[in-house]
Write a protein that binds this ligand. Sequence first.
Ligand code: G1P
Length: 289
Amino acid sequence: MTHKPIRKAVFPVAGLGTRFLPATKAIPKEMLPVVDRPLIQYAVDEAREAEIEQMIFVTGRGKSAIEDHFDIAYELERTMTDRGKDISVLEPTRLGPGNCAYVRQQEPMGLGHAIWCARDIVGDEPFAIFLPDEFMHGSPGCMAQMVAEYEKTGGNLLSVLEVPREQVSSYGVIDPGAAQGKLTEVKGLVEKPKVEAAPSNLIISGRYILQPEVMRVLEHQGKGAGGEIQLTDAMAQMIGKQPFHAVTFDGARYDCGSKTGYIEANLAVALSRPDMADEVRAIAQRLVG
Ligand code: G1P
């Protein structure tokens, strides 16, 4: 069976980033670099690797640096070219007009509401969602791995991973059914449960493939955990009506919404880069030794 391809991705990037203040007072948290690329760039690269064509950013006030990042920097490119400098490093930052769209979420009403803001651009086709502060590092990337599974199952897919049980209350948690290879059936979903009430320690790790019907559910979705309109609650209503699976990502995940996770991501990426791994390893050993 062939399923409708995933051509569009939604990036909710309207969050205030209060956990990284003062760094994020004047720049969006999605623009924080891991080594030399902003977090949002890694997410867009992961989408492109999965053959997604259109990037839809749900932004808010103070987030225009993201639009500038994916635009052509005319003066910069002109000056560098005139001076004989190589500008190929800028290539992945260029999203042509047909490949990106921006929509604003005017009030912080939750992740579900942010996704709903993109409904007209998503239209009537399945789409992906990327939460850029969940930094997924691996090859193939997390979304490419999910698309490979989607081609078998269709329907809705989430990326999941195991966390220590005491951490589940910070996340969306799945109630797992039968598992086969990388795929696990999703029987239930709950956003930010109490540790005692959590159906498992498998958390949603910020990558989704969803059917467009979720937009209709979101339209009527009331407030959930934290008084916000939760994507997890809307997805939970689709279980039983459409296929719903979780994919365990074969790779590393860094929680760049936390300071220590962000430092870990920088160190891990630096240690994986041939241009700096040896030097960074020596520095790390000196600092801890
Ligand atoms: C969001 C989702 C949650 C998911 C998490 C991953 O929560 O609502 O289900 O597990 O991202 O980081 P937030 O981090 O916005 O509170």
